[in-house]
Design a protein around this ligand. Structure first.
Ligand SMILES: [Zn+2]
Length: 478
């Protein structure tokens, strides 16, 4: 049987600085979607990468006194390291300075030009380099960009424009089905209804970036270049395009909800199916930012704590709302949930089995696992709620041991009770694979089962089960 394809992407990150915790959050969200679809038997292609053509990379390199290429190379490596340490199962990592990428960008712009959607004019207005976005007075607060708290530059130059306004009605029609959650769809719909301007898509005389194929005196506007990575990053475009999900942060919703589909419509491509827009991580409800000096360095966390603990702590944050995250929260979740609940269950059950053995029986305990609801929650990207239900079932299993006391002489069915527990641990662990792959694979080795979707419901085969090492060592608060 031919597997159904599933293509997902993350945003590509600016390499003007090292990765921050928000990057880790987005990659982990996408990795859960990727692994879950893989578990369900789909042929998954997962693309992530970095945006190397932005003006702000150039500015940051100049500030650091390093040639731009050297600067982006160095920071791109940190993003690769982040993926590796977080156990992100991506298939391809795109860097937009790659030659093949430039060619695809130019081909698509030519298609848009042939479709008569590009014209020459004069751009006059404001530009925030932090956002890499043209701004209107309306977008500013006290004359400054609210995202960056900086004054945008004034630009007046010859430029090429894309006829974005032409796609207004079509966009109003597609966005409600395309953008998740609904409130993010409504934000862009309201903005479109206020008026949709054509988009300036070039920069005159810029030193860094992709040549504009219609006129060599210009470079391609970095967002047009960046968005096209979702197509250029595919080796097999025929097979995988359109994207099934683009995962992005709320700050770049407009580019993905409005500009991207319009460019694709003009160039004659099929549209992506879903845009998943996540919120930001916050600290005590406030912004995490460099200028506030309260950043959490994900690479530092990954030096100190197991990858799965970092993943789990992040995934317990709500995707759709802004959500608090800190090292303290990570330690609490690691100790109270991973060590005390999951680690404890696996360790008690495996050591009792080592002592008493197993006897196959019908697992009645598993009826308390709300499998259908958990699956629906994962399907709807409500990962924190899915984890809550999985851990509720872990509580049920721990209470069952406490209640039955299979280590006592009075307990006559101890081998059957232990079988029910071992079989339940199998289901828990397969469900957790998308969230915590390392832990899940350790448990699978210990209890001798394979991680695939069918195994969730098929009874555990009896084999030798050994008490392994502790899955999670408690972290002392420093
Ligand atoms: Zn800005």
């Amino acid at each position: 049987m031919v597997k159904k394809k599933f293509y997902l992407t993350t945003a590509i990150d600016y390499v003007n600085a090292s990765p921050h915790i928000g990057h880790a959050f987005e990659k982990v969200i996408a990795d859960v979607i990727s692994r879950w679809n893989q578990l369900k038997g789909k042929d998954v292609f997962f693309l992530t990468g970095v945006d190397e053509n932005a003006q702000k990379n150039v500015d940051a390199a100049k500030k650091a006194g390093v040639p731009v290429k050297e600067f982006v190379d160095k920071n791109a490596k940190l993003f690769l390291k982040l993926c590796e340490k977080l156990n992100i199962n991506y298939d391809s990592f795109i860097r937009t300075t790659a030659k093949e990428h430039a060619k695809v960008v130019q081909d698509i712009i030519k298609k848009i030009f042939d479709n008569k959607d590009i014209y020459k004019g004069v751009y006059e207005g404001l530009y925030c380099v932090g956002c890499e976005e043209y701004k209107t007075e309306k977008d500013l607060v006290d004359g400054k960009c609210p995202e960056h708290n900086t004054k945008p530059e004034y630009r007046k130059e010859e430029a090429y424009f894309f006829k974005l306004s032409k796609y207004k009605d079509k966009l109003l029609e597609i966005i409600p089905k395309y953008v998740v959650p609904e409130k993010r769809a409504n934000e862009v719909l309201n903005r479109i209804k206020e008026g949709l301007q054509d988009l300036c898509i070039t920069r005159k005389g810029a030193e860094w970036g992709i040549d504009f194929p219609i006129d060599k005196n210009f470079k391609v506007y970095v967002w047009v270049d960046a968005l096209i990575n979702y197509i250029s990053g595919l080796q097999d475009k025929e097979k995988y395009w359109p994207a099934d999900v683009h995962v992005i942060g709320k700050g770049i919703n407009w580019f993905h909800s409005v500009i991207w589909p319009a460019l694709l419509l003009s160039a004659g491509y099929e549209l992506p199916r879903k845009l998943l827009v996540h919120g930001y991580l916050t600290l005590k409800g406030g912004k995490i930012s460099k200028s506030l000096g309260n950043t959490v360095d994900p690479l530092e966390l990954l030096e100190k704590y197991p990858s799965d603990s970092v993943r789990y702590a992040l995934l317990k944050c709500s995707i759709f709302e802004d959500s608090d995250f800190s090292e303290e929260i990570l330690i609490e979740r690691h100790n109270n949930e991973l060590a005390n609940k999951l680690g404890n269950l696996v360790s008690r059950v495996s050591s009792l089995i080592e002592k008493y053995g197993l006897d196959k029986t019908e697992n009645k305990l598993i009826k308390k696992l709300k499998l259908k609801t958990i699956e629906k929650l994962i399907q709807d990207y409500k990962f924190d709620k899915a984890l809550n239900l999985i851990f509720e079932f872990i509580d049920v299993c721990n209470e069952y041991i406490q209640d039955k006391k299979p280590w006592t002489e009075e307990c006559e069915d101890k081998k059957k009770i232990l079988y029910e527990l071992a079989d339940s641990i199998k289901s828990i662990s397969i469900l957790l694979w998308s969230f915590m792959p390392e832990t899940s694979e350790k448990i699978a080795n210990q209890f001798n089962f394979k991680i695939n979707y069918k195994e969730i419901k098929s009874p555990l085969k009896i084999s030798k089960i050994k008490k392994g090492e502790n899955l999670f060592t408690k972290i002392k608060k420093g």
